[in-house]
Each structure stands twice: as C-alpha cells, then as structure tokens.
Write a protein that binds this ligand. Structure first.
Ligand code: G3H
Ligand code: 13P
Ligand code: ZN
Ligand code: NA
Length: 281
C-alpha cells in the first residue's frame, strides 16, 4: 500500500531499523523491489533518479505509484537527487509526494536558499523533502583526510540548515560514497552521533552499496533510518545480462526478464536483512 515516506521513516526510527530505498529504472526494477518487499514482509521505497526520470518520464512515475499502491506491504515512491526545480516540478506533477531537493553541489548559502524554496513548493503539494548538506563524493581516492572531512556534514551547519529550511529528513555525509568504495569504507560515527543528538528528523545515508553489515548496524543505532541503494542492484542486473541465462544463444526474452528480476530481488532481500526491516511490514 502506498504510504507516506515520513510514516515509513518515523516508524523505522522508533523501532530501530531502517528503510531501504532502491533506485529503479524500468518495470523489471520495480517488480524486483515489490516482490522482494512482499517476500520479506518489509516496508520499502522505490526511488527514481532524475536520470531515470529523463528516460522513463511520467510513465515510470505512474508505474511506481501503481506498484506501490498494489503492494501488500507499505511502500513509498521518492524522487532522488534533484538539483533543479524542473525535476522537482515534474515529480510533483507526476504525483510523487517524496522528493530529495539536492542543493549539496552548491555553496552552502545557495543550498539553503534552493532547499528552502523547494521545501515550500513540495509542502504546498503535501509532499515531504529530503535534503543534504556536506558533499557526498563519487568514488574518489587520493583525497587527504582534511579534504575528506571538509566535505562531511558539519553538525552546527546541519542544525541551522534544518531549522531554516523546514526539511523533513536529512542526508548526512560521514565518509559514505556513491558507487564502489575504492578502499575499506570509513564512516565518522562520532560525527553521526553528534548530528543525531542535535537533530530530530530522520537521517538518511546515501551510497549504501558496499557498506559492510557492521557499519550498517552502527549507523542504524546512531539514528539512520533510510539507506539508498543503487549500484549493487544495477550490478546484479548487468551480471545476468552479461553472463547469465540472458547471454545463452537460445535465451528467451521473458525468461531473461524473470532472471534479472530474481537477481535484483536476491540483493534487495539481503539488504532488508541488514537494515532490520524484514518482517516489519
Ligand atoms: O545517487 C546516485 C544515483 O542514484 C546514481 O544514478 O548512476 O543513474 O547517475 P546514475
Ligand atoms: P550506491 O550507488 O552506492 O548504492 O548509492 C545509491 C544512492 O545513494 C542513490 O541516491
Ligand atoms: Zn545518493
Ligand atoms: Na556505495
């Protein structure tokens, strides 16, 4: 059943588990998340990145909304990493009621201004907003510790930012990265604890692909209630296309689609176990 993101995150936060938000691009991805969530009896989120929105447009939004609505478990549909009001307006017009206004690529003052304006707009539709301060990197190695820390969420700034913008959840940067971790992930849990003590809206951690179980549970204990997962699910899909049944000379389209769904589903169910959301629906 289609459920508000805020309700999913607040319930998770109260009960010390987290919601997995999975980036989807097409019908196979949507089916994988819904089937995994139903099989695990877990609440979950379907998440559309603006690059996916560019590809799938209003059809992809309608597909996600219908799938979430018909699912036997609580689900919401969220617009990921939106750095422009165009993407956000498109999402809201397409019926999405959960968006990320991502001003993190901008200097702090502009991030604040952008996020405040987008929050006002989204709230006028009854939608909730996730925002980010600090700057999550793609895979970048060779940064000094000081350079890495400079990109992390500053707790004082986070308090001011949440107060000034009225956002509903906050993505923090504590050493997490999108895509693969080039070396052993290192998360600044002291920083996370400080932020949690001073901010009482749900906290979000991007870049969950590649994080070991121990770091996920430590993050949940320190107040993270949403993890974003993209890379590992995409990789499972591509793996099947490249080397699985889809690659056999006489492979059939429908069988191939079932196989990619199943491969993504296995990854997603594994994440529900790590996030503690299995059997929480
Ligand atoms: O947060 C990162 C995005 O979900 C990555 O999506 O690989 O389509 O840019 P993309
Ligand atoms: P990963 O690609 O590391 O899973 O990160 C996903 C993400 O943060 C989407 O917003
Ligand atoms: Zn992200
Ligand atoms: Na990652």
């Amino acid at each position: 059943m289609l459920t508000s993101t805020q309700e999913l995150l607040e319930t998770a936060s109260r009960n010390i588990y987290a919601i997995g938000a999975f980036n989807v691009y097409n019908l196979e991805g949507v089916k994988a998340v819904v089937q995994a969530a139903e099989a695990a009896s877990s609440p979950s989120m379907l998440q559309i990145h603006p690059s996916a929105l560019k590809y799938g447009g209003s059809a992809l939004m309608a597909l996600c909304l219908e799938a979430a609505d018909k699912a036997l478990v609580p689900m919401s549909v969220h617009l990921d990493h939106s750095t422009s009001s165009d993407a956000i307006q498109m999402g809201l017009a397409g019926g999405l009621r959960s968006i990320m206004a991502d001003g993190s690529p901008f200097p702090y003052e502009k991030n604040l201004e952008f996020t405040r304006a987008m929050t006002e707009l989204a709230h006028s539709y009854g939608a909730v907003v996730e925002a980010e301060i600090g700057r999550i990197s793609g895979t970048e190695d060779g940064l000094t510790i000081a350079e890495k820390e400079a990109k992390m969420t500053d707790p004082d700034q986070a308090v001011e930012f949440v107060h000034e913008t009225g956002v509903d959840s906050l993505a923090v940067t504590i050493g997490n990265v999108h895509g693969k971790y080039q070396s052993e992930p290192r998360l600044d849990f002291n920083r996370l604890e400080t932020i949690r003590r001073r901010i009482n809206i749900p906290l979000v951690l991007h870049g969950a692909s590649g994080l070991p179980a121990s770091m996920i549970s430590q993050s949940i204990e320190r107040g993270v209630s949403k993890f974003n997962v993209n890379t590992e699910v995409r990789q499972a899909y591509m793996q099947i296309l490249k080397t699985g049944a889809c690659n056999l000379p006489d492979s059939d389209l429908l069988e191939c689609m079932d196989d990619v769904i199943d491969a993504m589903k296995q990854v997603i169910m594994g994440k529900f176990d790590l996030f503690g959301s299995t059997n929480k629906a």
